[in-house]
Ligand binder design. Structure first.
Ligand code: NAD
Length: 482
């Protein structure tokens, strides 16, 4: 008998007969639990509960909001090994990666607890004699939070913590593949003392529950992270219905890592392995394009392949595993079909690309490294979201920068070089929201703004103090002595 996990609406855990079985991608015989799918009317109740809770919650003291968020951060941190195990079991990243992500979620709550206290405004002189002006920030109201599967606790954490810190109420719809971390996070926030209705959990499909939130008249804003096609549909829904919603869309990437002749080979190889293949390549910031100049090209490819030889693909919870499974059968099919596309387009599959059998039935895939990739090939242009990396050979820095920017995406971009001149130029001219020098394109700090450009993102940045740009609305007040 599997454990049943309900939705959380207006402070009550609600069971359902409509069940989503949460399956471990490292071992498809392992059912983590049965998670209730919300009905449309339950999602509507969740929105109403959030709406009703908003007047009180938005007027709670900053100290009360701080204490709740800080308590949540403390519990997440104390339970990081247990929650990291749950995360790795349902999403498939390795246990150290899972524990690392949970630790990050705890840090986000602790940081955002402080934001509840730091939120301030400005006082200016008005233009009229005796007139004062104040610019303050107020919460938006009800925020719909729609999250993807690849960071099942960190992404919900950085959206929920920010929304709560600034006084908003929430209806949260996690991705269907990872309800376990979402449920655990909401139950921690309930225990931390959130009043009923402030945070509601509605698990279920994007097309029904997610779409309902994007068109609901009582939802003021949507914070979404996921793929570009879903994001585009959400953008249309947010402005096309009865209400014009504020939105924040964080979407896909095809992130370049440029490796110049003067790079430290060891640094470049570690950046490529970490950015390209860790977390099974399932990161929006993964280095799916390696753009390598002529003189270092052969040494670099040989060294990357030697490192790939040492990596173990296996069950996410085994200590010998470096790369866990692909998240599910559908994503594995996508990865394999892109490997076929790469071959058919004339690229050379230099390493890996085959499925693997392990002791347990799971979605195990060898990392795939393609060379002889041209910029116009689909494997160089489309987000695959798996451990499939395309290497493009270029003559020098100028061509490398042009190829790096030749993409519809603009999330993260990296360069490995020991040249101050090229590092500086790349920081200035890479068309990406995040630029890294001699670091993996993945891996971010929670106190700094996060987001992309071009097709990768729409709307204000997430994380750090910049989160206030999305989760608050500015008010300008004028006053004179009466
Ligand atoms: P997805 O777009 O399939 O789903 C994301 C969320 O949207 C899920 O909760 C889903 O149920 C919901 N959804 C689906 N259809 C919807 C609809 N019509 N209306 C409302 N909601 C709907 O993405 P995914 O497969 O879960 O995640 C992988 C994608 O996320 C990749 O493209 C990756 O690059 C991107 N991602 C981006 C970032 C970032 O910060 N830029 C971070 C992580 C992942």
């Amino acid at each position: 008998m599997n454990t049943h996990y309900g939705n959380f609406i207006d402070g009550q855990w609600i069971r359902s007969d409509d069940i989503n079985r949460n399956i471990n991608p490292s071992d498809t015989n392992d059912v983590i639990g049965e998670y209730a799918r919300a009905s449309a009317s339950q999602a509507d109740q969740a929105v109403q509960a959030a709406r009703n809770a908003f007047p009180r919650w938005s007027h709670t003291t900053p100290a009360a909001r701080h204490d709740i968020l800080a308590r949540a951060g403390t519990e997440i941190f104390a339970r990081r090994e247990e929650l990291g195990r749950l995360l790795s079991r349902e999403e498939g990243k390795t246990l150290p990666e899972g524990i690392g992500e949970v630790t990050r979620a705890a840090q986000v709550f602790t940081f955002m607890a402080g934001e509840a206290l730091r939120i301030g405004g400005e006082r200016l002189s008005g233009l009229q004699e005796g007139s004062d002006a104040e610019v303050t920030r107020e919460p938006l109201g009800v925020v719909g939070i729609i999250s993807p599967w690849n960071f099942p606790i960190a992404i919900p954490a950085w959206k929920i913590a920010a929304a709560l810190a600034y006084g908003n109420c929430i209806v949260f719809k996690p991705a269907e593949l990872v309800p376990g971390c979402a449920w655990a996070l909401v139950s921690i926030l309930e225990r931390a003392g959130l009043p009923p209705g402030v945070l509601n959990l509605v698990m279920g499909s994007g097309r029904t529950i997610g779409a309902l939130l994007t068109t609901h008249r009582d939802v003021d804003a949507i914070s979404f992270t996921g793929s570009v096609p879903t994001g585009r549909g959400i953008a249309a829904a947010c402005v096309g219905g009865e209400t014009m919603k504020r939105m924040q869309l964080e979407m896909g990437g095809k992130n370049p890592l440029v490796v110049l002749d003067d790079a430290s080979l060891d640094v470049a190889v570690e950046c490529a392995i970490n950015g390209g293949f860790y977390s099974t390549g399932q990161r929006c910031t993964s280095s799916s394009r390696l753009i390598v100049t002529d003189a270092i090209y052969d040494r670099f490819i040989a060294a990357v392949m030697r490192r790939l030889d040492t990596l173990q693909v296996g069950h996410a919870l085994e200590s010998s595993t470096d790369i866990g499974p692909v998240v599910d059968e559908r994503q594995l099919e996508t990865d394999l079909s892109y490997i076929d596309v790469g071959r058919n387009e004339g690229a050379t599959l230099r390493w890996g690309g085959d499925t693997l059998s392990r002791k347990t039935p799971g979605y195990f895939l060898q990392p795939a490294l393609f060379t002889d990739v041209r910029p116009d090939m689909r494997i160089a242009r489309e987000e695959i979201f798996g451990p499939v990396v395309a290497v493009l050979r270029v003559k020098g820095y100028d061509e490398a920068l042009a190829v790096a920017n030749d993409t519809e995406f603009g999330l993260s971009a990296g360069i490995c070089t020991t040249s101050l001149k090229y590092a500086t130029d790349f920081k200035r001219n890479a068309q990406a929201g995040i630029v890294k020098v001699n670091q993996s394109t993945s891996g971010l700090d929670y106190h700094l703004p996060f987001g992309g450009r071009k097709g990768s993102s729409y709307g204000p940045r997430e994380q750090g103090h910049y989160a206030a740009e999305f989760y608050t609305i500015v008010k300008t007040a004028y006053s004179s002595a009466g």
